[in-house]
Design a protein around this ligand. Structure first.
Ligand code: SAH
Length: 347
């Protein structure tokens, strides 16, 4: 079988989006297509893998918003990129407290990886449906979650040179180069005051997915929660590669063996989605919706583990500040739990 590095070399120079797409999603070699990267034995640990509290809190949020919207009798309960299926399993367990919600929910997972679909089936049992793409979801009120999904989607990077823009590319020797300068009025408009030393990033796939989620929610009702590493807006090179819990050079790993991610630009997702798009840090959001109380209850049986997990999920030195939460709600919806205080997006 041709090695992934040879496949990339044959197409070089490739832009960063194509490089990420090949490394992460190539059908035979792509990082997510071939492995389960999560957990302490894997390359990284995500919030639902740290503690059941994360999924339980998100489950409570979804049920509250469903109740606020008049308890629609049939909903699409969907997750983008569910990994091992742990988050959805925790949501469904906590939802047993509200049987009408569970009865209303049809469960749909958006996942491209056959390896991870198998894991998800093991975690969730029968009654779960899969699609490759969000556009294939059935119509109806959409209650959707996506944790560390958008950071894995391909981005393009550009730098400004006078009145033009050059795209960052990867050569056949896996070094950086820049494409010839082009006029890009869209980038002029989005990044009007950019200094020439900085890179900017855009993600067409993220925009189209957020746009589809927003359209469905604004048309049929529902709500989405996007949780990810990133900022409301920002500039600079955020492409990073991780293997076995260590940062490695993204261009030194054209083999589909390292995870490649970029920070999520939430304002771009909000613009694509429309409707209400309140925003908070993960730490603030989880504490406002009751994670401290939940931790106190769980701590009766495993105090050290629970305290450690609570700290990792919420503390400003851990995931609490780096990770952000953005909801998408219909324009007319009530203020959603967890976003009561700051919707000024000033992080
Ligand atoms: N949400 C999980 C896993 C995050 S990793 C957790 O919190 O643990 C990213 C997930 O998105 C993986 O399940 C990966 O297979 C999936 N994924 C990546 N790119 C995708 C794409 N373009 N379409 C659908 N799923 C994708």
């Amino acid at each position: 079988m041709t090695a992934l590095s040879d496949i990339i070399r044959a197409r070089a120079p490739v832009n960063i989006a194509e490089y990420m797409e090949l490394c992460l999603a190539h059908p035979a070699h792509g990082y997510y297509q071939t492995r389960d990267p999560f957990g302490s034995d894997g390359d990284f640990v995500t919030a639902p893998e740290i503690s059941q509290m994360f999924g339980e809190m998100l489950g409570l949020w979804l049920m509250q918003v469903w109740a606020d919207q008049g308890r629609p009798a049939r909903i699409i309960l969907a997750e983008l990129g569910p990994g091992r299926g742990t988050l959805m399993a925790d949501i469904l367990r906590v939802a047993k407290a509200l049987p009408e919600f569970l009865e209303a929910a049809e469960i749909w997972l958006v996942e491209t990886s056959p390896v991870l679909r198998k894991k998800q089936a093991e975690a969730l049992g029968d009654g779960v449906n899969w699609v490759d793409k969000i556009v294939d979801l059935p119509d109806g009120p959409l209650f959707l979650i996506a944790n560390e999904f958008f950071d894995a989607l391909p981005i393009q990077q550009f730098r400004r040179v006078d009145a033009f823009w050059q795209e960052r590319m990867v050569t056949a020797e896996f070094a950086e180069t820049f494409a010839r300068p082009l006029a890009r009025p869209d980038l002029d408009e989005t990044f009007p005051l950019l200094s020439e030393s900085k890179l900017v990033e855009t993600s067409q796939l993220s925009h189209s997915i957020a746009g589809e989620v927003g359209q469905r929610i604004n048309r049929h009702g529902g709500a989405a929660l996007f949780i990810d590493y990133g900022e409301w807006d920002g500039v600079g090179d955020t492409l990073q590669a991780v293997q076995k819990h260590q940062a490695v050079d993204a261009f030194d790993h054209p083999h589909g063996l390292a995870d490649l991610t970029a920070h999520v630009n939430f304002s771009a997702l909000a613009n694509a989605a429309g409707g209400q798009t309140p925003f908070a840090t993960q730490g603030d959001f989880l504490q406002r919706i009751g994670i401290n109380e939940r931790a106190q209850t769980l701590a009766k049986t495993a105090p050290d583990d629970v305290a450690k997990a609570h700290h990792r999920l919420t503390h400003t030195d851990e995931m609490g500040n780096l990770f952000k939460v953005m909801a998408i709600l219909p324009q007319t919806a009530l203020v959603a739990p967890g976003f009561e205080y700051d919707t000024d997006n000033s992080y």
